[in-house]
Write a protein that binds this ligand. Structure first.
Ligand code: CTP
Length: 410
């Protein structure tokens, strides 16, 4: 039997919305408390139709706010309670989370205490969406779930089974044990690593770019984006707020990482520029095309038997631009893939692009680099000798960031 997770010392806000599964939230609250968590509860106005506010208030020994505007005009706390509670929490769990609340929070609405607190929160937010009939798989909900993931929310999949309507479908609230295990994973992945990037905003670029010649053909490369995704995950584990700017990826992006999808090197450049001001650390792992077709044909190019030349022009170099427009305190980490003289070529790249570090590897080493889960790299800084890292991309990503940020480079 797997032991129950322990949340000793953790502060959790349980958000309850107006779905029939709200009747289970009182027991969920008790189970969170039994696991050691200090729990507060926020309910939406419609949740009150399914579960008594006094029940949750008695169990938490705290008020259970519903509206943003306090009835009693107690300005000492209530007017900014959504901010105070958001700052207090180590994690927010919305269970059950209705289609309505999911739609609101993915669009930044803040029309009650729960949606306002979610907007203000900086801690991980876990949503356990429950719906009846075809609601969960409806096109709008599918879109909102995708959006929720892009915005960094953690989504627990509902269970398949009997629903309140009598239909059998996907949409049930999972057992409390499954919810607790899910939360434990998020809290422990936030915990086991030192939070050396806490409070830092990190942008990671990953995956290949595509430079279209016509509507169906493009220049690209076989990058899977795995190294960049591993760097993004590692930065998140170390406490950073992470945004991943990415081309086509081989694997889905883990929950909790904000994502921006790009296609071309120009898109990447625009996204990097627009994040420049607010970002503390850039990790530039994208495999960017250095050239793009000089013109993009509107229609598919037809073969006419003759040889064909494609005039190319250079793409913007995002890393170089960041190096040339650097602000104090920002850390710039580039990647280099070389076919020969790895250390010399990568050191030259470090200097040319004015980066703080280059993570360099050699193309062609079997089982490593492009299209592989493993990597063998050298970390090259402006000082000291290069150090070698080998292992799965996941393993070395955290080691690289620890090595960079534990050496006082910030
Ligand atoms: N890079 C970038 N924009 C480009 C090309 C590269 O931001 N247009 C970044 C990559 O994400 C990587 C670093 O620069 O962090 C080095 O990429 P690489 O392709 O190895 O180097 P190049 O700039 O292409 O240099 P060269 O072709 O001379 O090796």
């Amino acid at each position: 039997m797997t032991p129950s997770p322990t949340f000793e010392g953790k502060r959790i806000i349980l958000g309850v919305t107006g779905g029939i599964a709200a009747y289970k939230s009182a027991v969920l609250l008790r189970d969170l408390q039994k696991s050691g968590a200090e729990v507060r509860c926020i309910m939406t106005p419609s949740a009150l139709r399914f579960l008594g506010k006094d029940t949750m208030s008695a169990l938490t020994r705290q008020p259970v706010p519903v509206d943003v505007f306090p009835a009693d005009s107690d300005v000492t706390e209530s007017w900014s309670r959504h901010i105070q509670w958001a700052e207090w929490a180590d994690l927010m769990l919305v269970a059950p989370c209705t289609a309505n609340t999911l739609a609101k929070i993915t669009h930044g609405l803040s029309d009650n205490m729960l949606t306002s607190t979610i907007l203000a929160a900086r801690c991980p937010i876990v949503l356990s969406a429950t719906m009846d009939g075809g609601m969960y798989e409806s096109p709008a909900m599918r879109m909102n779930r995708e959006l929720a993931k892009k915005l960094g929310f953690h989504l627990i999949e509902p269970e398949h089974g009997y629903l309140a309507s009598g239909l059998e479908d996907k949409g049930r609230l999972p057992e409390n044990k499954a919810i607790l295990n899910y939360i434990a994973e998020i809290l422990s992945s936030n915990n086991t690593s030192p939070h050396i990037l806490s409070g830092k905003k990190v942008v990671v670029t990953a995956g290949p770019t595509r430079e279209y010649l016509d509507p169906v053909r493009f220049l690209s490369n076989p990058s899977t984006g795995r190294m960049g995704v591993a760097m993004a995950e590692a930065a998140k584990k170390l406490g950073a707020e992470v945004t991943l700017i990415h081309g086509k990826l081989a694997d889905p992006v883990p929950d909790g990482i904000k994502t921006i999808e790009i296609i071309s090197a120009d898109d990447l450049f625009n996204a990097v520029q627009s994040h420049h001001e607010a970002t503390d650390v850039f990790v530039m792992a994208a495999a960017v095309s250095d050239f793009k077709p000089a013109t993009r044909e509107e229609h598919k190019v037809k073969k006419d038997g003759a040889e064909m030349q494609i005039p190319l022009q250079p793409t913007p170099d995002s890393l170089k631009w960041l190096g040339e427009n650097r602000r104090n305190g920002k850390v710039l980490i580039g990647f280099a893939m070389e076919t020969e003289n790895l250390i010399e070529a990568a050191t030259d790249k470090l200097n040319r692009k004015k980066a703080d570090f280059i993570i360099a590897n050699t193309i062609g080493k079997s089982g490593s680099g492009f299209e592989s889960d493993r990597n063998d790299v050298f970390l090259i800084g402006t000082k000291g000798t290069p150090s070698a890292f080998s292992g799965t991309k996941k393993d070395i990503a955290e080691k690289l960031l620890l090595s960079i940020f534990d050496n006082g480079s910030e």
